[in-house]
Design a protein around this ligand. Structure first.
Ligand code: ADP
Ligand code: AMP
Length: 213
């Protein structure tokens, strides 16, 4: 299965992608995670990308497309993957189509996480991620067993810099302007599946699993 998880920031794409990826044995490819790993490793890509990410802007297409091209060429992605947070612009969607086409492949489904602004703001303001393994929590909705500590690896939970209020507003604006048009793009391609993302994780898991199996 070659899947794309589409939707606004905070809709729950990463949370669901981790669950479905584990269950179905697919690699979870999050461009946000890959970029943050580059920032942590202080690579040239990380240095360039952080200037955009800190402001809630999108990283230029050429950088993200090259990064994804390399990642999906790795052996574990040979028979499928879940792309989370990519594509985010029409040029990225076209580049993805072309890179798959040239390998004789295509996407199977695009799952669009449809969430209200109210849900998005609540989810982003309470999001905490593990500084060690990247596990995603929420202070109220999905809290860790011990406050501020990852259940999985025991490392400290942190708030993402771009989850601060002023940046969140810009990210939603950027989403509406640059990413939301992909809903129509994929509808026309006949790949779009909409799910109401304002539900709890268990319900969403069942909905998504149903769509992708
Ligand atoms: P995205 O990858 O779309 O940006 P995340 O998966 O990081 O979103 O989720 C954003 C926040 O919402 C996190 O704090 C996460 O724990 C929480 N969350 C995710 N899915 C749900 C859900 N179905 N119900 C309640 N909270 C959720
Ligand atoms: P995410 O973890 O998906 O919320 O992404 C965090 C940030 O990384 C975004 O606000 C962008 O700055 C950058 N980013 C992630 N994916 C992409 C992409 N496909 N295109 C451009 N920028 C991206």
């Amino acid at each position: 299965m070659r899947l794309v998880f589409l939707g606004p920031p905070g809709a729950g794409k990463g949370t669901l992608a981790k669950i479905i990826a584990k269950k179905d044995g697919l690699p979870h490819i999050s461009t946000g995670d890959l970029l943050r790993a580059n920032i942590q490793a202080k690579t040239d890509l990380g240095k360039e990308a952080s200037q955009y990410m800190d402001k809630g802007e999108l990283v230029p297409d050429r950088l993200v497309v090259e990064m994804v091209q390399k990642r999906i060429a790795e052996a574990d992605a040979e028979n499928g993957f879940i792309l989370d947070g990519f594509p985010r612009t029409e040029p990225q969607a076209k580049a993805l189509k072309e890179m798959l086409r040239s390998a004789g492949k295509d996407l199977d489904r695009v799952v669009n996480f449809d969430a209200s602004d109210e849900t998005i703001i609540i989810r982003l303001s309470g999001r905490r991620i593990c500084s060690g393994c990247g596990e995603i929590y929420h202070t109220k909705n999905i809290p860790p067993k011990a406050e501020g500590i990852c259940d999985r690896c025991g490392k400290q939970l942190i708030q993402r810099k771009d989850d601060e209020e002023a940046t969140v507003r810009n990210r939603l604006e950027v989403y509406r302007r640059q990413t939301a048009p992909l809903i129509e793009f994929y509808r026309k391609e006949g790949l779009l599946e909409n799910i109401p993302a304002d539900k709890d994780v268990k319900e969403l898991e069942a909905l998504v699993q149903n769509l992708v199996s």
